[in-house]
Structure formats: C-alpha cells, structure tokens
Write a protein that binds this ligand. Structure first.
Ligand SMILES: *[C@@H]1O[C@H](CO)[C@@H](O)[C@H](O)[C@H]1NC(C)=O
Ligand SMILES: *[C@@H]1O[C@H](CO)[C@@H](O)[C@H](O)[C@H]1NC(C)=O
Ligand SMILES: *[C@@H]1O[C@H](CO)[C@@H](O)[C@H](O)[C@H]1NC(C)=O
Length: 297
C-alpha cells in the first residue's frame, strides 16, 4: 500500500512539473554569436561558424547562431544535421564569398544546410556570392556539360552555380539583395529532402527569386514538406516565388508551402509553378511529366 501511495505521489509530482512547464513562457533560445568563436572581420569566418554550429546543433533546447552586423568573408561551409532542437541562423551581416573560382572546391556549394529539421534563416543580412566574374564565364547556354565544370581550376564558374543542374541537399544560398548584379540563378533554391524551412525578411533581386527545385531530375528524391517564406521582398527579379520540376520527372512530393507578406516590385512572374522546367532546352519537353503534388495555397 505504501508503495502505491509513493507511486501516485511521484506521478502527481511529474504531472505538476509538466503543467508548470506548459505554463512558463517558452525559454529564450540559446544564442551562439560567432564572434565569440573567433570570427573577426579580417578573415574567413567559416571555422567560427562551424564551431558555433557544432555546439548549437548539439543543444537540446532551441538555439540561434548569430552572425552580427558587419562584413565578413566566408569560405564554403556545410552545416550538416541532424540537430537535437530547432535551430535558427540569424545573418545580420554581409557575407562575401571568395570571388576567385580557383579558391572554391567543386565538391560543395558556398553555403549548404543539410538534414536539419526545424531550421530558420533570418536576420536581414546579405549573401554576396561575388559571382559576377564567374558568371560571365558560364557557358550553360551552349554546353550540356556545363554542370560538370571540368575546368574548375582554370576558368569555369564556381560550383555554387551548379544547383540548377544538381538540386541536391537542403538549401543553397547565393546572391540576393542589391549585390546580385549579374543575371541568372536563384536567390534561394531549395532541393529535395527538406522539412519545415522558414525564410523570413529576405530581399532578392535581380535574379530568379526563391524557388523550390528544380526537382525530379534524379530518382529517389525525398519529399519537400513545409516551406515558410514570410515577409520577403523581390525587386527587379524575373520570378518571385517558384516551384519547378523537370519534364518526365521522377516522382516526388512537394507539400505545405506557405508564402506570406510577399512584396514584389517590378517582378515579371511573381508566382510560377513550372512542371516543364527545361533551361536552355537541355531536355525533351514533350515527354509527359510525372505527378508532382501541387503546392498548398
Ligand atoms: C577546358 O575547357 C575548354 C573548353 O572551354 C576545353 O577545350 C579544354 O579541353 C578544357 N580543359 C580541361 C583540362 O578540361
Ligand atoms: C517585415 O520586414 C520589414 C523590414 O524588415 C519590417 O519593418 C516589418 O516589421 C516586417 N513585418 C513583419 C510582419 O514581420
Ligand atoms: C525592372 O527590372 C528589370 C530587370 O528585370 C530592369 O532591367 C529594369 O530596369 C527594372 N525597372 C525599374 C523601373 O527598376
């Protein structure tokens, strides 16, 4: 009998603990400021960012990585999950990529965020891919093999432009805001195998806007579920928000897309759902495309 009472008491305590948890306002997320990890405006911040990420990702409560205001150089960085709790990357800074394609590895994008559930990118900062020099050497219009970049060490554009041809990974972030002077490519392109991505207060332009895809080019792509694009502004872009899949695409799923408080100024196609995405006619448009679930809203 005594045992029973103890058990009930323990249960009651547990219950009360749960209740008080629910009543306390959500705890502030832990902040990981990359300047505390050795980032300075004189050099490449990628190591500091990775170190901050390593701790933030291991945190069992929500965390925010802050890249504060200022101008920083950033080499190629891959932030690889899974992480233990929701994670926000708050970029208040202007981040500059290395303008010299020779310094870029062909194996990864400039910034890759992979396998992180409940990821938020915010902060109003600028990703300056400094792609102008490289883009002028891009020959995708004329060459089907432009995605393979055999000449990376000499004249070919950096790998970050390849996401149009190999849309793998979670998110690839390149130029937006006023620094995207050169023509072509997406402000943000979202590949397959992604859940709950929040994009807030991003300004894009010129360029191709924010896109999901292109998808369906390779078999076995995993679903894209839950993309939240909020309070974003598109200025002088040819597209605003876009979902694109290849013709004759391998089957895939895209659901739960939310676009809220989107401002477009001088945008040719504010909303595009293109299921026959075929840049430079490098595919057979006449082949039937497989079903892709239309986005919600
Ligand atoms: C570099 O690209 C050019 C064409 O743009 C080609 O003729 C040349 O063979 C390539 N060099 C290498 C090492 O692949
Ligand atoms: C949207 O962004 C602008 C500029 O960053 C800000 O002033 C405004 O408060 C934001 N609105 C919402 C609803 O977040
Ligand atoms: C509108 O955008 C185009 C690029 O898409 C640009 O060439 C043109 O100058 C812009 N017009 C204005 C009024 O900004």
């Amino acid at each position: 009998m005594e045992l029973n009472i103890k058990a009930s008491f323990a249960f009651l305590l547990l219950f009360l603990a749960r209740l008080s948890d629910a009543q306390t306002p959500a705890a502030q997320p832990a902040v990981f400021d990359i300047t505390k990890y050795g980032a300075s405006s004189n050099g490449d911040i990628s190591k500091a960012l990775l170190d901050a990420f390593k701790e933030a990702c291991a945190s069992t409560s929500p965390s925010t990585i802050v890249i504060p205001k200022g101008t920083f150089e950033m080499a190629q960085v891959k932030l690889q999950g899974p992480c233990k709790a929701p994670l926000e990357l708050q970029v208040q800074a202007t981040l500059k990529a290395n303008a010299d394609p020779k310094q870029l590895s062909a194996d990864i994008e400039w910034l890759t965020v992979n396998y992180i559930d409940r990821f938020t990118l915010s902060g109003g900062g600028i990703f300056d891919g400094q792609g102008k020099a490289a883009w002028s050497q891009n020959n995708c219009k004329d060459s089907k093999s432009c995605g393979n970049l055999p000449n990376l060490t000499s004249t070919a554009p950096p790998r970050k432009h390849q996401h149009r041809w190999h849309p793998r990974g979670a998110i690839e972030q390149c130029e937006h805001h006023r620094l995207c002077h050169w023509h072509g490519d997406d402000c943000i392109s979202i590949g397959d195998e992604l859940e709950r991505l929040h994009i807030t207060r991003v300004t894009c332009g010129p360029g191709h806007g924010i896109s999901v895809g292109s998808l369906g080019k390779t078999p076995g792509e995993k679903p894209v579920v839950g993309v939240y694009v909020k309070n974003c502004t598109f200025i002088n872009t040819d597209n605003g928000v876009r979902v694109k899949t290849w013709p004759a695409s391998h089957q895939g799923v895209v659901t739960d897309l939310h676009y809220e408080d989107i401002i477009v100024q001088n945008v040719t196609n504010p909303i595009v759902i293109d299921q026959v995405y075929c840049p430079y006619n490098q595919c057979n448009k006449d082949v039937d495309h497989a079903t892709t679930t239309p986005p919600q809203r």
